[in-house]
Design a protein around this ligand. Structure first.
Ligand code: NAD
Length: 368
């Protein structure tokens, strides 16, 4: 039976990868600082621990795994990586994880490690035009990422490639472009654009408004999690050793993304544009290389992934609303009927109040 190690298995992409590998019949060990937040892990073995610690790394890499998937990183959305406040931690934590993982695997004679890099490595100077960004793999140098998160990713790409060259390893590298889907972080400061927008739309009252950082004309593409996982497995098991984009080529403005979320929700909301961390002006996946090397590229429309993701986030928002206390319920169930305060039962479906005592007047609607 194939054995796989998933680093970062408590996170968004790692937890989906564990599920997919288990479905394929692999024996899977997951490792992360935490268990997955939104569902029980199906991993055969799950270790909670810190991959910055070389002893922990040696303990989890206790055998010659057939495949190692390295997703662990100190990361978040624009509100986390573009403010500059977390740069030292991001660089220190993620670089240490990668240095430990690759060296520990080398000592166990493990050949195949998948490493999750990012579109954030691409030079800022090629992404100033919202309509024509250049994110072809060969355009990575001369390097000029717009964040230290991107610089760490570039360093780690080079680290894995150096291990390939000097130690005969077979590391594989993908540059992800905005992966989204159910069970991604949707609040707390590390959430990314799709989850944040879906949450804002789900929380807004009909006719209300949502906030968007910047003018909303910045462009991005977004890839649904299932196609990301498919691409990672195809790349990991291929002979291609250079970095490959894994992303969608369906580029949209952030305003358009918000409009799509509103259409799905059936809500018409105003958009308030406010200052905030933005990143580059335009970014899109260039899928020419992945198509020619793997004979495959992502093809699902953004809308279909967004529908599934919105439904999941809407349910999370509903679940997280504070439940009414019994006192509040009692108060809500006490209504004015014919100028007399009387106890009522409120239908959860229609919101209609019915007096609890049978002799009382006919049902009334609650005040608007
Ligand atoms: P995530 O934050 O959900 O998952 C990362 C996981 O790493 C978290 O569960 C975290 O607890 C774990 N981790 C952090 N420090 C650790 C440590 N010291 N020891 C053990 N575990 C640790 O992020 P994700 O969206 O699943 O991203 C996975 C990988 O893909 C990351 O490397 C990320 O940089 C990369 N990536 C993601 C996207 C995206 O859109 N989601 C885009 C580009 C690149």
């Amino acid at each position: 039976m194939k054995q796989a190690l998933v680093c970062g298995a408590g996170g968004f992409i790692g937890s989906h990868m564990v599920k997919r590998l288990r479905n394929e019949g692999c024996w899977v060990r997951g490792v992360d600082l935490k268990f997955p937040e939104f569902s029980e892990t199906p991993a055969d073995d799950f270790v909670t621990g810190d991959l910055r610690d070389p002893d922990l790394c040696r303990a989890v890499v206790d055998r010659r795994f057939d495949e190692v998937f390295q997703f662990a990183a100190d990361m978040g959305g624009a509100g986390y990586i573009f403010t500059g406040e977390h740069d030292a931690n991001v660089m220190q934590n993620s670089a240490t994880i990668n240095l430990n993982v690759v060296e520990t695997c080398r000592r166990r004679n493990i050949k195949r490690i998948f490493y999750s890099s990012s579109a954030c490595i691409y030079p800022a100077y090629n992404q100033q035009d919202a309509d024509n960004p250049n994110c072809a793999e060969v355009s990575a140098y001369p390097a000029a990422p717009d964040s230290d998160y991107g610089w760490e990713k570039l360093f780690s790409e080079r680290l894995y490639l150096a291990y390939n060259r000097n130690y005969g390893m077979e590391c594989r590298i993908a540059r992800f472009h905005n992966i989204f889907g159910p069970e991604g972080t949707w609040r707390g400061g590390r959430e990314k654009a799709v989850s944040a927008l879906c949450r804002k739309v789900a929380e807004a009252k009909p006719g209300g408004s949502i906030e968007i950082w910047g003018d909303g004309l910045q462009t991005r593409s977004f890839l649904y999690i299932d196609e990301c996982i498919e691409g990672v497995l195809r790349l990991t098991r291929s002979p291609h050793s250079g970095p490959l984009n894994i992303g969608s080529e369906e580029m949209v403005t952030i305003n358009r993304l918000a409009a799509m979320a509103m259409e799905i929700a059936g809500k018409k909301l105003d958009i308030h544009h406010i200052p905030g961390p933005l990143g580059v002006r335009g970014r899109n996946s260039d899928n020419r290389l992945i198509a020619s090397t793997l004979g495959w590229k992502p093809s699902q429309p953004l809308r279909s992934g967004l529908e599934k993701t919105y439904a999941w986030i809407e349910a999370q928002v509903a679940k997280s609303k504070p439940k009414k206390t019994s006192v509040e319920k009692d108060l809500a169930a006490t209504l004015l009927v014919n100028d007399v305060i009387q106890p009522c039962t409120i239908s959860p479906k229609t919101g209609t109040a019915t007096p609890s005592l049978p002799s009382m007047v006919s049902p009334i609607s609650p005040p608007a």
